[in-house]
Design a protein around this ligand. Sequence first.
Ligand code: C2E
Ligand code: CA
Ligand code: CA
Ligand code: CA
Length: 274
Amino acid sequence: AKADGRGLLRQFEPRMEHEVRQRRDTETDLQRALKDNELTLFYQPQFAADGRTVIGFEALLRWIHPSRGLVSPAEFVPIAEQSGLITELDLWAVRRACEQSVDWGAARMAVNLSPVDFRMRDLVGAIRRILDETGFPAERLEIEITENLLLGNQPEAFASLTALRAMGVRVALDDFGSGYSSLGYLRRFRVDTIKIDRSFIQNIGQTDDAAAIIDCVVRLARALAITVTAEGVETREQLRYLQSVGCHHVQGYLLASPMPPSSLSRYIEQVKHT
Ligand code: C2E
Ligand code: CA
Ligand code: CA
Ligand code: CA
């Protein structure tokens, strides 16, 4: 048995070393990417329940790597979170999104923040400075957080969120329903928006449970005066169901995919005139 164990270890070690090395390489590469302007933001329009009226945008990080091409945030965000580099990336994203929003006129802009960002000493001050320097109104900025942040129950995180809300920044709870006790967090911390996780939306018409849960979440949110956004809307059937239960906002490939700013002009014109 002993020999077997060692054999197993010997098999695993090279693979682990390989992964550690790869992660370190990606990290170094990311640091360079930030300096070399390889990072960019794509924007996905968010619509009123009619599926036509644009109410704002979500900024999503993209890494256009010189040899690897487009690298997904699903790949590099977790690595950047481990090293803490994510905070630099996220603050860069907030600044860039605010700058571009100012150029475009009146749009609401949602930006994703990692739970790691809330360990920064003065996150609130950093965001306030970005708003001051770009001239983007706090009321038009929405930060998207996940319940992982509230899970840690760090008093500093609650304090930062409260301070941001006091400044007028809106707070959205992303991936709602995907975690363990989403409802509990609503009691502990007041958010402006709930984004129902894509997994529920994709099960509309597939399982009765998904539809019932969405209906219930929308009612609950409405009773608490919280805005509900459905993300990952891909079919007409899903949109119709969301409309029927009174979901406020919708986002997804059916309506518009994330796109570079150069492709956004028709959406931006619309937002300016609403
Ligand atoms: P998320 O915040 O839940 O973002 C939604 C993801 O769903 C995006 O993937 C978006 O492109 C994708 N999506 C939009 N509509 C649809 C649809 O109809 N169907 C499907 N299947 N997918 C749809 P993306 O851009 O690859 O981002 C993945 C995740 O990476 C994000 O999930 C977020 O957690 C993270 N992320 C992206 N940008 C940032 C950022 O600037 N900062 C941080 N901390 N995380 C980010
Ligand atoms: Ca998000
Ligand atoms: Ca989400
Ligand atoms: Ca997510």
